[in-house]
Design a protein around this ligand. Structure first.
Ligand SMILES: *Cc1c(COP(=O)(O)O)cnc(C)c1O
Length: 420
């Protein structure tokens, strides 16, 4: 697969190069120069999950990787169920049955197995990304993971998901905010000598490998529904919606996509007004979607050649504030489905945008128990923790404190044993 920067079509790269670099040298994001189209999509949809994943990935990446290697990676990375279950008047595509109980497992686990060895993954997290990345790379030979997080500002459960693992995962509790963690990481990536010596990589959510992996479950959702659905995507950085649109361009039969946001309305406002205005984020119940300047929107705009009208004719959109989210959680619960705040936003916006006779499918991106602190007061009952999370609470925290000082971080990175 040949990729190009969203900013300069001449800045091309192979998949392996784009994956290692994350960002294109001109600051743009990597997108495929062309996406393959699948005229035999009906046959693809009839295949079992694993077999279909392998076949699609071979068509995308077969020019750079052997089929055996792709098959091994796909089998290891996507070895958990991806069910579709009824929820209200729609269906939920549950993407939270992987090890960190959120959809970011798909992209992170795939990337971890494609990247290779002799690397240090340095990632700053406000919670969820750190969990998915740390779990994805945990115990992989030749790879070290360093997670920077704001001390005292992530939930106890989230903290345990990356700071109790040990082995090749080092968690550093930074005396500062999430923005400080990001700034620290940035200083290290900018230090070319350090980057080279440690094989420093960020594995962050703009990595094109993560998006390609995310196209796969859109095929699974449509396969299980059996007719072209309207698909609602709970969106923050808009990577998930971008992956869905790529799947659609490859030939996946989808009636329409619904971009669903919380009170962070940058994209819905743009689709309504034609004026794109990034802004600071506001805190909501669906905190993984608290993004005011969505990094992947650049990819979606590029896919549509920046044509606002074309975007408006393909997408439907809507947003839900926290009161609406609480009401949606209660309402869905009364109809027999326990949704996390992110899924609840998608489902409620979907139900508003669905026309008579259409089938709706929304992405359920996180396990409800991950958000038990916000769900319990809304529902007035206790949400049981699944085994995988309950177990974590008994594990000791292995995090080390770190001063908000780039030199301290560099010293720590160099002192720890490198995988080489
Ligand atoms: C990251 C995340 C989202 C938002 O996905 P984007 O690809 O950033 O739009 C939604 N829900 C959950 C639970 C997440 O962790």
């Amino acid at each position: 697969m040949i990729l190009q920067s969203t900013r300069d079509p001449r800045a091309t790269a192979s998949f392996a190069e784009a994956m290692t670099r994350n960002l294109a040298p001109d600051g743009g994001l990597y997108v495929p120069v062309t996406l393959p189209t699948f005229p035999d999509v009906d046959r693809l949809l009839s295949l079992p999950w694993e077999e279909r994943c392998v076949e699609i990935l071979v068509r995308l990446l077969g020019d750079e990787y052997g089929e055996d290697e792709i098959a091994r990676v796909a089998r290891e990375a996507f070895d958990f169920p991806v069910p579709v279950v009824p929820a209200g008047d729609t269906f939920a595509l549950e993407l939270f049955h992987g090890p960190s109980l959120a959809f970011k497992d798909f992209g992170a686990r795939f990337l971890a197995r494609m990247l290779g060895r002799d690397l240090t993954i340095l990632t700053a997290t406000s919670g969820d990304t750190g969990a998915a990345v740390a779990r994805a790379f945990w115990k992989l030979p030749g790879i070290r993971v360093v997670v920077l997080y704001p001390k005292g500002r992530v939930s106890p459960l989230q903290e345990r998901q990356f700071a109790s693992l040990g082995d090749n995962v080092l968690a550093l509790a930074v005396d500062g905010a999430f923005d400080d963690c990001q700034a620290l990481a940035k200083v290290c990536f900018a230090d070319t000598e350090l980057s080279r010596d440690l094989g420093l990589t960020s594995a962050n959510s703009i990595n094109v490998a993560r998006l390609l992996a995310q196209t796969l479950y859109f095929f699974e959702g449509v396969a299980r529904i059996g007719r072209p659905p309207v698909i609602a995507v709970p969106s923050g950085n808009f990577g998930n919606l971008c992956a869905g649109l790529w799947a659609w361009r490859m030939g996946l039969p989808v009636r329409a996509f619904v971009a669903a946001t919380n009170a962070n309305r940058t994209v819905p406002d743009y689709l309504e007004s034609g004026e794109y205005r990034a802004r600071s984020s506001v805190a909501t119940l669906s905190n993984a979607m608290d993004v005011g300047a969505p990094s992947n929107w650049e990819r979606i705009a590029h896919l549509f050649g920046g044509d606002w009208q074309a975007l408006r004719s393909t997408l439907r959109w809507g947003s839900l504030d926290d009161d609406g989210t609480r009401a949606a959680i209660r309402d869905l619960d009364a109809r027999g489905y326990l949704a996390d705040p992110h899924g609840a936003v998608a489902c409620a916006v979907l139900e508003r945008k669905l026309l008579p006779g259409e089938t709706g499918l929304f992405l359920a991106t996180a396990h409800p128990a991950k958000f038990k602190e916000s769900l319990e007061p809304v529902l007035g009952r206790e949400i049981p923790l699944p085994e995988a999370l309950a177990e974590l609470l008994d594990r000791p925290l292995l995090a080390e404190p770190l001063a908000n000082d780039p030199e301290a971080l560099k010293r720590r990175l160099r002192s720890a044993q490198s995988p080489r």
